[in-house]
Structure formats: C-alpha cells, structure tokens
Design a protein around this ligand. Structure first.
Ligand code: ATP
Ligand code: MG
Length: 560
C-alpha cells in the first residue's frame, strides 16, 4: 500500500512507508485534533489536508477529534464552526466526530495505572515551589519531597483529588521521571490538576483535568492512531509522549511526527492575533473576508480546491519558512479561470451616451460565458443609447499609449460596437458627468467586420436595465511594506484593507446570482456573492482576487 502520487514523497510518507514495510502497523490512522478555542485558519487547513491526504492515499482512517481537555476557553460555537470547515475542505472523517473529553474516565484509569507502577505521585508543592524545584536549562531540578509517597497513599490522595476534597491548585499528580533530565519536559511533569471548571461536554462531573502532554498520547492510543502528526513546537515534548505510551504499555503505540507550521507572508495566522482583531472590533467577526480563517476565506470566495493546490505547492517540511500569499491568490485564480462565468460589471460608473443611436432602440448581443470553457454557453446582454463604463476608461488629456476613450479616439465596446468619443458634459465644478460618443453600425460584433482596427476594448453595461450592487475590495489587513508587527508588538494595520463601492453596475444576468456564486468581472477580478450581508434587495460582492499577478509558480509544479 503505497501513496499514489507522482511527486517525490515527503519525509512523513517516507516514515510511513518504512513502518508499513517493517510491519509496525497494519493500517494507517491519522487525526486532526483541534482545540475548540477559536476558528480554524489556513494553517489548520495544512494539518487537516496533510492528515486526511495520508489516510486517503494509504487507504487508512482519518479522525476528527476535538482536543477539549482544557475547559476554560472552549465553546460550542467553535466546535460547530470547525466541523463545517473540515467538511468544506472535503476531509472525510468517517461520520463520527470524536471528543477527547469522552476519554476522561480512561485517562483517570491510566493515571491510576501509573501510580500503581510507581510512576506517578501526588505532589503538594505550590505552583511557585514546583517552578523553583524544576531547575533551569543549565541546572538540574530537585526531587519533590513528596516524590517517595507510597503507592497506597498516592492512590488514596488521587482519589480524594477526584472527589473534590482539595482546593484548586492544592495538589497535582506528577509523572515520576527524572528531575535531572536535560529536557525540562521530563522533570516530573504535572499530568493532572484540580480545577473546578464546567466543561462543555462533561459539565461538572470532573474537578480534575489531565494536562495536554498526558492526555494527547492517550487519546491517540485509544483511537488506534498510528502517526500523530503535530507541529515543530512539540518536538521537545516527544520524549514525554513516548514515555506515556510506553509506561501505559499500549500494544501498538502511536508515533509522534513533527512538521513545520504554515506561515504566510504579511498575513496574520495564529488564533491569538485573529482573536484580538475580532475582540477589538477591527474586523467584522471571525469570518471577515480580510482574515485567513477558513470561514473568512470561504466567505470571500476562495475554493476548497484552491486551498488544496496551495498546500501541495507549499509542501511538507521540517524546516520553518513562509509561503507567499501571492501563491494562494495564484491558486484560486487558476481554479476559477475555467469555472467562473465572465460578466461585465462597472465598479466606478460614468454614463456613456451614444448620440447617434436611436432613442428607443434596444439590441441584444450574445456573449460567451467563458472563452476558456467551450461548454459554458452564451448569454444575452442588452445594448441601448445610454450605457455605463468605468470612470477611468476615459481621460480628457491622456498620456501616450493610453488606448481607451479620449476625445477623438475610437474603442471597441466588448461584444458590441466601435464607439468614438465626441466630448463630455461637466457640472458647475468642472466634474465630468457624462461622456458622449457616436457608434458605427458597421462594426457590430459577430458580423465579420474586417475594416479598421482599434487598440482598446472596454466593458460596459446597459443603463436602463442594469442592476446596482455593492462590492468590497480588500488588501492585506497588515501593512505589507512595514511588516506585520509594530515595535511594541501590536499589529501594523493597513488603513486601506477594505474599500466599499456602493454603486457598482452589473449586467441584468446577475439578477439571479446566489450567495456564494463566483463570477469574473471582466478586467476587474473575481467576485463572490457575500453569504452574510447579501439580502433579497441588495447583492454584496467580495473581490476574491484581482486578475493580474506578479507571482509565477516554479516551473513544472503545476501541470497545465
Ligand atoms: P494557533 O497557533 O493558531 O493558536 P493551535 O496550534 O493552538 O493554533 P490547535 O487547535 O491546537 O491550534 O491546532 C490543531 C492542529 O493544527 C494541531 O495539530 C496544530 O499543530 C495544527 N496547526 C496549527 N497551526 C498550524 C499551522 N500554522 N500550520 C500547520 N498546522 C497547524
Ligand atoms: Mg493550541
């Protein structure tokens, strides 16, 4: 059973291949273990797709397990949002969502097992004393005076801890390992603490809770996880992970493997920073399209497929680096190019009046929905005397090489006629209020006109039947030039991260657009109908990404 892939294998696949060859495991089981203390972000997508991808390629199992052993910050809201995100990415967890808190009883039994083996003891030192006894990176620690309590005494005290006989923090259960270990994580780490906190799943049943380093390997072992993949900051915890599964004598102990977190250039990942932006009201919730939470990316119009491609391109390594945000944009653009219908939408409209076009005439032109997809079909757009075009497709005094509209110049109106600019109307302040032109009936699109050529083609919509919508344009929420953080550690915010355009004119065709639909607005980028703020009366669009990019993928990675 080898991974079916044409690229070279990453280091985790090489480990799995070897384990399978040596018969260590019969079937691969991986998991994604989110802590329900916030929304998932693009970094988590890396972990989800990596774990799910391995299970899929090796025909194994993938689990979604909430690591809900720390009741303080956990919320039902987060649990539901995380499930939605994992489903959206297409990571099939086999129908059942698992919760670490369902194993509290087994964790308690595991602790009792260690006590009986003489491998754990109840300690009465205060948190401060525990810190002092722990030693430093350069000095060994000292044994706790409670370290040599008898098994019987430890069993009794631990049970009393569970029964609520002691105050929060009064006692802890510690693993008995080695206070002189060069790895501080191995200096008799705390494995259970007393904390009277209501848990979202178990309520007030427990007043003792297991610590992460003790709980996590047990969760993995209970579920038969074979490869427990986590990020680099857990590397120093691996000896403790191994100690726990060894001392608990599991038959097929799981194995921890670390890889480098995904970071994006000039983008805030990290729950802590995102939560702060949300709590400070700087963004409009966890799904504000400027964030890189998965709910924000989805709302903005990023596709699950584009995120998968991005993860493939960014690879799996042990060396910490940053991926370019431009690469993520590249992936979504490539994904949408053949899928999104190309329509005309004018972001900053100004009237174009065709003076020689009959007053009451309307024509219909047939326009291809997507030149990159021959099955995408065509649609009709209406044309009449008054149109809207982009304000910046006209210049009164153009520089050289400006090929769009200016007095005396002729351009093609996309899919319709050639028009020649004859002048403008201005208000009392000298602001242009309308542009005038004449059209040449000979140049009707599709009629095989072979005459003169024009250098510019611009988009337009018909004034009498277009619809008005809102469009939101985004830039990174942090200032790219200056870097992510200020000297005091606060975020370096970009004041232009959101631009709201309230008078966008769109082809009538978009009347039936549904929440979540994505279109290419010709020349302006890809736009997705906002699922949150769109109402029956008003369409709101998020710009997913512009059309142009300076990003070039490394040759040969993407198969065209
Ligand atoms: P954050 O650092 O954003 O607060 P976290 O690590 O606290 O995230 P968890 O819910 O504990 O969030 O993480 C669930 C899983 O996702 C863990 O296995 C973690 O290692 C992984 N993960 C978190 N951030 C990243 C990232 N940037 N790249 C890859 N994997 C990540
Ligand atoms: Mg965490």
């Amino acid at each position: 059973m080898e991974a079916e892939t044409t690229r070279s294998k990453n280091f985790i696949e090489q480990i799995i291949d070897k384990d399978l060859e040596e018969g260590k495991y019969a079937k691969i089981v991986t998991r994604f273990p989110p802590e329900p203390n916030g929304y998932l972000h693009i970094g988590h997508a890396k972990s989800i797709l990596l774990n799910y991808g391995l299970a899929e390629n090796y025909k194994g199992e993938f689990h979604l397990r909430f690591d809900d052993t720390n009741p303080t910050k956990e919320k039902e809201e987060y649990v539901n949002a995380i499930i939605d995100d994992v489903k959206w990415l297409g990571a099939d967890y086999g129908g059942e969502v698992l919760f670490a808190s369902d194993y509290f009883e087994k964790m308690y039994e595991a602790a009792v097992f260690l006590i009986k083996k003489g491998k754990a003891f109840v300690c009465d030192l205060t948190p401060d004393e525990i810190r002092q006894y722990r030693g430093t990176l350069t000095e060994p620690g000292k044994n706790s005076p409670y370290r040599d309590r008898s098994v019987e005494e430890n069993l009794q005290l631990f049970e009393e801890m569970k029964e609520g006989k002691y105050a929060d923090g009064e006692k802890v259960l510690r693993a008995k390992i080695d206070m002189a270990s060069p790895n501080i994580n191995m200096r008799d780490p705390i494995i259970y603490r007393i904390a009277r906190m209501t848990h979202h799943n178990t309520g007030d049943k427990w007043c003792i809770y297991p610590m992460y380093d003790f709980a996590h390997p047990i969760e993995d072992a209970i579920e038969g996880v074979t490869h427990s993949i986590c990020t680099l900051e857990f590397e120093d915890h691996r000896p403790l992970y191994d100690w726990v599964v060894r001392e608990l004598e599991y038959e097929h102990p799981p194995k921890q493997i670390e890889f480098a977190k995904l970071y994006l250039t000039n983008v805030v990942t990290g729950k802590r920073y995102i939560k702060k932006l949300v709590d400070d009201g700087i963004v409009d919730g966890w799904d504000d399209p400027r964030l890189v939470t998965l709910s924000a990316l989805r709302r903005r119009g990023f596709t699950a497929d584009s995120i998968k491609t991005f993860m493939e391109l960014s690879g799996v390594t042990k060396a910490q680096g940053s991926s370019e945000y431009a690469m993520l944009e590249y992936c979504v653009r490539e994904d949408l190019k053949p899928k999104a219908t190309r329509v005309m939408g004018v972001l900053d409209p100004i009237k174009l009046v065709i003076d020689n076009y009959p007053e009451d005439m309307t024509e219909e032109f047939e326009i291809e929905n997507n030149v990159d997809d021959e099955n995408a079909g065509t649609r009709k757009v209406t044309f009449s005397k008054e149109l809207y075009i982009e304000r910046d497709d006209f210049m009164e005094n153009p520089p050289k090489k400006y090929f769009r509209l200016f007095p005396g110049n002729e351009v093609r109106l996309k899919g319709a006629y050639f028009v020649k600019c004859t002048g403008v109307d201005k208000d009392e302040n000298g602001e242009i209020t309308a542009i005038h032109a004449t059209y040449d009936p000979e140049t009707r699109s599709g009629n095989g006109f072979e005459g003169r050529k024009v250098k510019g083609t611009i988009h337009w919509v018909n004034a009498s039947d277009c619809i008005t919508a809102e469009a939101r344009l985004y830039e990174n929420i942090v200032d790219e030039e200056k870097g992510k953080l200020n000297e005091d550690g606060s975020l370096n915010l970009n004041p232009n991260s959101l631009t709201v355009l309230t008078n966008v004119k769109l082809e009538r065709y978009l009347e039936d657009a549904k929440r979540g639909d994505t279109f290419q607005f010709i020349r302006n980028g890809y736009f997705c109908v906002d699922a949150k703020d769109t109402t029956d009366d008003k369409l709101v669009f998020n710009r997913v990404v512009g059309l142009k990019s300076s990003y070039k993928p490394t040759a040969g990675i993407i198969n065209e």
